[in-house]
Design a protein around this ligand. Structure first.
Ligand code: ARG
Length: 459
């Protein structure tokens, strides 16, 4: 039994039915569908279309259906094309012909757009919480490592010393931006399509502002044609998810690299590493590789929906049924990855000595040039002189800090002055301007990060 059988005298072909039905995935909108119907029933009552007694009967029928979904006892029927049909069919079984009044002035077009927005509005805080979990792990680790030195890289070549805390926090801020983007998305999602009918609006005196308020939306959608076709919120959600996935992928790539024998900066705990079926010695960072891999899938979900939306005539088109699965999948993916990455980071072993020995004296070449700058040499000239020293050391096969008196003199430098220049701690301590890697600047960064994190938690 479909919701549209009147003008048809044959049943839909079974294969066509399978293509058309969305129940396999939109059953996840059950709670939202029942909640939306409850508010709609109240709006119909307020508009004089349901008596108080009729409303009461419908409302308690819907309440019982919600309990069936909650308790896992709701039984779907063969003819349930989608979740909206299933709920209306079940209401009919409970309240008889009266159930037929619920769909007055409403279409599945405004109904599904409403349910879907409700689902996204509920997913946003859950995602925020998962992001906060990873952020606080990074923050806790950073607090423990404000004085731990490691090589910093550009082009994946050793560049300048940084603190581990600073590196960890470089992965905190992208997640903060993800959270801010998702929080911002709320306002464009909380615009209510219900009361727009199929496309033209509803022919009954429904107070859409009150309806929006009842459903926790900020305002009713201002144009009924746009309201039933607008999936910007879904595309934006997928963009936020894809970009978040890319942030997690970049963190993961570093983790894969830094846990290799060649780097050995970190070691994963057994609870967050996997083995090889063939090579007994292997301890693999699969979970980070999966996070890296899933960023590709997340990007695909975004691209998929954008292409589905492109070129659609305005108003509702059945293509729009393709909107839900990517959003559900993206939300599930992130909520699966985030706690795992947090757990892996929280339980890993840090090897400060490996990071310290990876800082060779050439990482302080810039410090040497800046030492010359402090003596009044213009930076460009200092850069050239230091480059000559680097070359001299390479030719001699010695460290930059091992050049002899005569080498330094040739550059107009006093060997005795240079000792502190090659101290990596002194190097990081100099980067004390806001945003730099000096332990003092990082402590301030940590304070700011804590404030941002607390704000997210509603404080
Ligand atoms: N299952 C549909 C969807 O998800 C519900 C809306 C159906 N509307 C229609 N005119 N057939 O988009």
């Amino acid at each position: 039994m479909t919701l549209w059988g009147g003008r048809f005298d044959a049943k839909l072909d079974p294969a066509a039915w399978a293509l058309n039905a969305s129940l396999p995935f939109d059953r996840r909108l059950a709670a939202q569908d029942v909640g939306g119907s409850q508010a709609w029933a109240a709006a119909l009552r307020d508009a004089g279309l349901l008596s108080a007694a009729e409303y009461q009967q419908i409302a308690s029928g819907l309440e019982a259906i919600a309990a069936e979904f909650d308790g896992g006892t709701f039984v779907f029927a063969e003819g349930d094309e989608d979740i909206h049909t299933a709920v209306e069919r079940r209401l009919g079984e409970r309240t008889g012909a009266l159930a037929g009044k619920l769909h007055t002035g409403r279409s599945r077009n405004d109904q599904v757009a409403t349910d879907f927005r409700m689902w996204v509005l509920e997913a946003l805080p859950a995602l925020d919480e998962a992001l906060c979990g990873l952020q606080s792990t990074l923050l806790d680790l950073a607090e423990a490592h404000t004085a731990t030195l490691m090589p910093g890289y550009t082009h994946l070549q050793r560049a300048q010393p940084v603190t581990l805390a600073h590196w960890l926090l470089s992965h905190f801020w992208p997640l903060q931006r993800d959270r801010e983007r998702l929080a911002d998305l709320r306002q464009r999602t909380a615009v209510l399509p219900l009361g727009c009918g199929a496309l033209a609006g509803t022919a009954f005196p429904i107070d859409r502002t009150a309806l929006a308020e009842a459903l926790g939306f900020d305002e009713p959608a201002p144009n009924s044609i746009d309201a039933v076709s607008d999936r910007d919120f879904a595309a934006e959600f997928l963009f936020c998810s894809a970009l978040c996935g890319i942030h997690l992928s970049r963190l993961s790539e570093s983790m894969v690299l830094f846990t290799t024998a060649e780097f050995g900066f970190f070691e994963l705990s057994d609870a967050y590493a996997t083995g090889s079926s063939l090579m007994p010695q292997k301890k693999n960072p699969d979970l980070f590789e999966l996070a890296r891999g899933k960023s590709g899938s997340l990007t695909g979900l975004l691209t998929g929906l954008l292409v589905t939306l492109k070129g659609l005539p305005s108003s509702y088109d059945k293509d729009l049924q393709e909107d839900k699965l990517p959003v559900f999948t993206a939300a599930d993916t992130l909520r699966t990855i985030l706690p795992v990455l947090a757990g892996a980071l929280r339980t890993m072993t840090v090897h400060p000595e490996r990071m310290r020995t990876a800082i060779d004296p050439t990482l302080m070449a810039t410090d040497l040039a800046e030492h010359l700058v402090r003596k009044g040499v213009p930076f460009r000239e200092a850069h050239g002189l230091t480059g000559q020293a680097v070359r001299a050391a390479a030719e001699k096969g010695c460290g930059l800090d091992q050049l002899c008196q005569a080498d330094w003199q040739a550059l107009g430098l006093l060997e005795a002055d240079l000792l502190p220049v090659f101290d990596p701690l002194a190097s990081v301590e100099k980067k004390s301007a806001i945003g730099g890697t000096a332990p003092q600047a990082v402590l301030e960064q940590i304070q700011n990060a804590k404030i941002k994190l607390r704000k997210g938690k509603g404080e």
